[in-house]
Design a protein around this ligand. Sequence first.
Ligand SMILES: C[S@@+](CC[C@H](N)C(=O)[O-])C[C@H]1O[C@@H](n2cnc3c(N)ncnc32)[C@H](O)[C@@H]1O
Length: 219
Amino acid sequence: MSDPKEWMADIASQHEGSYVELYEKVYAAVARGEGEVPWAEVAERHEWLREWAAEQQLDGTGKKAVVVGCGYGADAEFVASLGYETTAFDISPTAIELAKRQHPDSPVHYTVANVLEPPAEWSQAFDLVVEIVTVQALPRSLRRQVIDAIGGFVAPDGRLLVINNKQEEPFTDGDFGPWPLTRAELDSFTTSGLTEVRVQDRPSEEAPPTRRWQAEFRR
Ligand SMILES: C[S@@+](CC[C@H](N)C(=O)[O-])C[C@H]1O[C@@H](n2cnc3c(N)ncnc32)[C@H](O)[C@@H]1O
C-alpha cells in the first residue's frame, strides 16, 4: 500500500468537487481497500487529549460532549469513557459507518453532519467540545465559518479543547491541505463568546517536525 499522505494527496489533486465531498471520496476508497487515511494511526495529538483530560480530572457524569470530525472514533470513545453522553460527527457517511463497525457496543452517538451546517439543537449544547485537526483540514476561506460553528457548540460554563497544527508566518498556502492555524485564527474562537483559558505552542515529536496549538476555551 502506498504512503497514506501521498495516496490522499493524489486523490485531492484529481478531485474537482468541494472539500466536503473530498472526505467522503477518500473514506469510500478506504472502505474499498484502496488505501488508508493519513490520520488513521494512533498519533501524538490523541495522547495530548488524554493527558489534558487527566490533568483536568474531567468527569463527564451528567454532561454532554461532542467530538468534531471524529473519523474512526478513537477520541469519541475516550471521551465517552470519561462519562460524557457523547455525540461524534463526521461529514463522511462512510467514516461514520466504519466508526460504528469498529465500536459495535459503543455508547457514542455517531452521526453524519457537516460542521458548516450543524443541527440547530447543537447550539451551546455541549459541556465539552473536542476539535482535533478538523479546522486545518478545511480551506482557509472557510475558517471563519468553521471556527464560529465549533465555538457555538460550547454550552454556558462549557469548555472547548482545540488541537491543530501551528501555521508559522509568513506563509503561502498550497493547493492542498492541511492549512494550519495562525495565532490570530486560533484566537478567533473567542468571537463566538468564548474566553481563552490557556494556549500552548507545543513541539510535535512526529515527523516532519511541526508545532501544534493546544488551546482551551470556556464560555
Ligand atoms: C484530518 S481528519 C482528523 C480526524 C480526527 N479528528 C483525528 O484527529 O484523527 C479531519 C476529519 O474531519 C472530517 N471533516 C472534513 N470536513 C468536515 C466537515 N465539513 N464537517 C464535519 N467533518 C468534516 C473528515 O472527514 C475527517 O474525518
